[in-house]
Design a binder for this molecule. Structure first.
Ligand code: PMP
Ligand code: GLN
Length: 390
C-alpha cells in the first residue's frame, strides 16, 4: 500500500460524526441519551399504520418515481400553501429526497463549482461542512455569537466576495435555537439579490418555533427564483429513521438538484413516502399540539439544567438547548466534558464546539436534546443536579 491516505483530502479529519460517537457512548454506558436529536417515542399511530398499509398494499415496494410519488409531492405542495401561503407545482417544483441530508448534499453537488464560496452561520449542522467539501466548495463561517446567537449582518455583507456563490441558512437553527426574524431575513434577501447569490435554506424545524414565527426566506421579494427550500418529515412527525425529506423551489433549481440527487440514491423510502403524504395532511391541531408538547419539554429541561448549574440559552425553536459549562466545569472544554459525562452521571450530551470552524467560539458550549419523554428529562435533570450541585 502506498503512504497516500485512503480518505480523500476533502473529507480528511471528518472521522465519525459526533452524533454517532455520542449515541454509541450512550449505548455502551446505558446513559440517558440527550445527545443525538431523535425522539424516544414514535410519531402518530395513524401515520405508522399508513406506512404498514402502503407496504402491505405493495405501494412503494419497488422503485418509486425519481422525483417522489405524486401523492407526496402534492401533499408537500399543499403543506407549503397551508402553512406559508406558497404555491409550488408538484410536478416541477417539488422533489422528494432521502431526508434533508440528501437534499443538502444534492444541492451542494448540483449548485457549486470547485472553489465557490459558501457562507454559513456557525455553529453549523455537521453535514454542511462535509457536503460543501464534497462539492469542492469553500466554506466561509460566520459566528453567531453567544448569548443571543443573532447573525451579524454587517459581517455577512463583508464576507461576500466575487467568489461567493451561495448562502446556506438554517432557521430554526440547530444547535442554538435561533429563529431568524423578518428584519434579518429581509436584509439577507437584499444581499442575495444585490450580489446575485443562491440561497439554500434548511427548514427542518419549521414547526418547532416557540418564540417568533417561521418565515421561509423563499417567500421574500426577489427570492423565489434563487432559493432552494429544504424540509423533512423526520422532525415534524417524529419518524427520523424514515428519511423522507424534500426540496421546493423554482423549476430550474429543483431540476438541478434532482440531477445530482438521482445519482446519490435515485430514490428512497418507498412505502414511507405514502405515509408522509398522509402525515402532512394532518389537521392544524396536530402541528399545534406537537409544538406545545415540545415547548413544555423545553421549559422542563431548561429549568432542570439551570438548577444543575448550567448557563442555559433558552432556544426560540428546535428541540435543542445550548448551554455553557464555563462556570460549572472551569477549565474543561465541551468535548472533554461530554466524553466524561456518561461515566460521571449517566447522561449524554453533544459538544457544540465540533460545529464551529473557529476553535474558541464554542469551546464551552454543550447541547442537550429535549425530544424525550418527560420522565426521562426529569431523571436526566436530577442526575445532573446531583453530579454538579450536590
Ligand atoms: N438539518 C438539520 C439542521 C438537522 O438538525 C437535521 C437532523 N436531523 C437534518 C438537517 C437532517 O435531516 P434528515 O434526518 O431529514 O436527513
Ligand atoms: N439532526 C440530529 C441532531 O442534530 C442528528 C442527525 C444525525 O445523527 N445525523 O442531533
Amino acid at each position: 500500500m502506498s503512504a497516500r491516505p485512503l480518505l480523500n483530502r476533502r473529507l480528511a479529519g471528518m472521522g465519525t460524526t459526533i452524533f454517532a460517537e455520542m449515541s454509541a457512548l450512550a449505548v455502551a454506558t446505558g446513559a440517558i441519551n440527550l445527545g443525538q436529536g431523535f425522539p424516544d417515542t414514535d410519531g402518530p399511530e395513524s401515520v405508522r399504520e399508513a406506512a404498514v398499509r402502503a407496504l402491505r398494499d405493495g405501494r412503494g415496494n419497488q422503485y418509486p418515481p425519481g422525483p417522489g410519488v405524486p401523492e407526496l409531492r402534492t401533499a408537500i405542495s399543499e403543506h407549503q400553501q397551508r402553512f406559508h401561503g406558497l404555491g409550488f407545482d408538484p410536478d416541477t417544483e417539488v422533489l422528494v429526497t432521502a431526508g434533508a441530508t440528501e437534499a443538502i448534499a444534492a444541492a451542494m453537488l448540483a449548485l457549486l463549482e470547485p472553489g465557490d464560496e459558501v457562507i454559513a452561520f456557525e455553529p453549523f449542522y455537521d453535514s454542511y461542512a462535509a457536503c460543501i467539501a464534497m462539492a469542492g466548495g469553500v466554506r466561509v463561517p460566520l459566528t453567531l455569537p453567544a448569548p443571543a446567537f443573532r447573525p451579524d449582518l454587517d459581517a455577512l455583507r463583508a464576507a461576500v466576495t466575487p467568489r461567493t456563490r451561495l448562502l446556506l441558512l438554517n432557521s430554526p437553527h440547530n444547535p442554538t435555537g435561533t429563529v431568524l426574524t423578518r428584519e434579518e431575513l429581509t436584509a439577507i434577501a437584499a444581499l442575495a439579490v444585490e450580489h446575485d447569490l443562491l440561497v439554500v435554506t434548511d427548514e427542518v424545524y419549521e414547526h418547532l418555533v416557540f418564540d417568533g414565527t417561521h418565515i421561509p426566506l423563499i417567500s421574500l421579494p426577489g427570492m423565489r427564483d434563487r432559493t432552494v427550500s429544504i424540509s423533512s418529515a423526520g422532525k415534524t412527525f417524529s419518524f427520523t429513521g424514515w428519511k423522507v425529506g424534500w426540496v421546493t423551489g423554482a423549476a430550474p433549481l429543483v431540476a438541478a438538484v434532482r440531477t445530482a440527487k438521482q445519482f446519490l440514491t435515485y430514490v428512497a423510502s418507498g412505502p414511507f413516502q405514502y405515509a408522509v403524504a398522509e402525515a402532512l395532511a394532518l389537521p392544524d391541531t396536530y402541528y399545534a399540539d406537537f409544538r406545545d408538547d415540545l415547548l413544555a419539554k423545553r421549559d422542563l429541561l431548561a429549568a432542570g439544567l439551570t438548577d444543575a448549574g448550567f448557563q442555559v440559552y433558552v432556544p426560540q425553536g428546535t428541540y435543542f438547548i445550548t448551554t455553557d459549562i464555563a462556570e460549572l466545569a472551569p477549565g474543561l472544554d465541551a468535548l472533554t466534558f461530554c466524553r466524561a459525562l456518561p461515566e460521571r452521571c449517566g447522561v449524554v450530551a453533544v459538544p457544540n464546539s465540533v460545529f464551529y470552524d473557529h476553535p474558541t467560539a464554542g469551546r464551552t458550549q454543550v447541547r442537550f436534546a429535549f425530544c424525550k419523554r418527560e420522565t426521562v428529562l426529569t431523571e436526566a435533570a436530577s442526575r445532573l443536579r446531583k453530579a454538579f450541585s450536590g
